[in-house]
Design a protein around this ligand. Structure first.
Ligand code: KMH
Ligand code: ZN
Length: 310
C-alpha cells in the first residue's frame, strides 16, 4: 500500500495584525483565545500558534501573565502542540517579544527571519469604526514601521530555544529570509528538520501569486535540501488558494484568524475551527491524511508536551 502523506494543519487563532473591531469572531479574552485554539484542535489542527491580548482593551500583549491562563486551559484540554510567538506585534521591542518563550519553554516557537516593512495601514480603508483608539493608531503607524529582526535578534532567540529544546516555526516572508535561515543552518544554530513557514501576501514581504510560491519552494529546496518541512501561510484572501497549491506540492498548511478573517469573499469566518474544517475538507479531497499532534511531534522532532515550562 502506498503511504498516505500526513499534512500538519496549524491554526493561528488571534495574532497581532487584526484588531477586535474588525470581526466579532476574533478571540480577544484569554478564555476566548484558549477556546478558539481548543476548537481548532478538535477540528484537526495539530499545532496552535498562540498570541495573547491585554484583558483591558484587547491590544496584543507579550506579558507572560497574559499567556498564563491561556496556556493552563490549553494544557488541560488539548494534546495539540502549543507554539508561542516571538513575533508578538511588530510595534514591540524584540526583548518584549521573546519573554513568553523564555518563560514557558514551549515545544515550538515562531521566529521571524528578517527585518522588514510591515504595512497594515491599507486596512484603514476598509473600516473607520474602531472601539479603541489603539486600533486606528497601530494600523496608521505601520506606514513607518520596521519589524526588527536583525541577525543579533535572531541569534538571541535561537539561543533561548536551543537552551530549552524549543524548536522553531521559521517565518519566512521573502526569499532573503530563506538565505538568512540557511546561514544559521550552516552555522549549526538552526537545526533540522527546519519547519519553514512561508508567508505570502503581507505588504512588505513576497506577494501572493502562485509564482511567488513556486520561487519560495525552488529556493528553499536549493538552500535547505532535504532538511526542511515546508508549510504555507497565505494572508487574507490568499489563505485557502495558496494552502491548497502548497499542499498539492508537498507542504503543510497554516490557517487561522491571525492570517485571514475570511472564509469566502465578503464573508467573515465565524471561528478558527471553521477555517480548519475548510482546509481539512480540501486536504482530504486531495487524499492527504491530517497529522495528529503526536504525528506532528514526530515529523518536526519536538521534545514532547511533558517537557514544557507551563
Ligand atoms: N502574523 C504572521 C504573518 C509571529 O507570530 O512570529 C506571522 C507570525 C509572526 O505569526
Ligand atoms: Zn503569530
Amino acid at each position: 500500500m502506498p503511504k498516505t502523506r500526513k499534512v500538519i494543519i496549524t491554526s493561528a487563532v488571534t495574532g497581532a495584525i487584526h484588531t477586535p473591531s474588525m470581526s466579532p469572531h476574533l478571540p480577544v479574552t484569554a478564555d476566548e483565545i484558549a477556546d478558539a485554539a481548543i476548537g481548532a484542535a478538535r477540528a484537526g489542527a495539530a499545532i496552535v500558534h498562540m498570541h495573547a491580548r491585554s484583558p483591558h482593551d484587547g491590544r496584543p500583549s507579550q506579558d507572560p501573565k497574559d499567556f498564563e491562563p491561556i496556556l493552563a486551559k490549553l494544557k488541560a484540554n488539548t494534546n495539540a502542540v502549543i507554539n508561542i510567538t516571538t513575533g508578538g506585534s511588530p510595534h514591540m521591542t524584540v526583548e518584549e517579544r521573546m519573554r513568553p518563550v523564555a518563560t514557558f519553554a514551549p515545544e515550538l516557537a515562531s521566529l521571524n527571519m528578517g527585518s522588514m516593512n510591515f504595512g497594515l495601514y491599507p486596512m484603514l480603508e476598509r473600516s473607520d469604526q474602531f472601539a479603541h483608539e489603539w486600533e486606528r493608531e497601530a494600523l496608521a503607524k505601520s506606514r513607518d514601521l520596521v519589524f526588527k529582526n536583525t541577525f543579533a535578534d535572531i541569534e538571541t532567540i535561537l539561543d533561548i530555544g536551543n537552551r530549552n529544546d524549543t524548536r522553531f516555526e521559521f517565518e519566512c516572508y521573502d526569499i532573503s529570509h530563506l538565505n538568512n535561515l540557511a546561514h544559521f543552518h550552516t552555522r549549526g544554530l538552526a537545526r533540522g528538520p527546519l519547519f519553514v513557514q512561508s508567508v505570502f501576501g503581507l505588504l512588505g514581504g513576497i506577494g501572493g501569486h502562485p509564482e511567488d510560491l513556486m520561487h519560495m519552494r525552488r529556493t528553499a529546496d536549493r538552500l535547505l535540501g532535504a532538511d526542511y518541512e515546508w508549510s504555507i501561510l497565505g494572508a487574507g484572501r490568499n489563505q485557502m488558494p495558496l494552502a491548497t497549491i502548497g499542499a498539492a506540492m508537498g507542504s503543510h498548511v497554516r490557517v487561522g484568524l491571525e492570517d485571514s478573517l475570511w472564509i469566502g469573499p465578503g464573508q467573515l469566518a465565524v471561528s478558527n475551527a471553521e477555517q480548519v474544517s475548510r482546509i481539512r475538507t480540501i486536504l482530504e479531497a486531495l487524499n492527504f491524511a491530517i497529522a495528529t499532534p503526536d504525528e506532528a511531534r514526530e515529523i518536526l522532532d519536538l521534545k514532547g508536551a511533558n517537557r514544557v515550562g507551563f
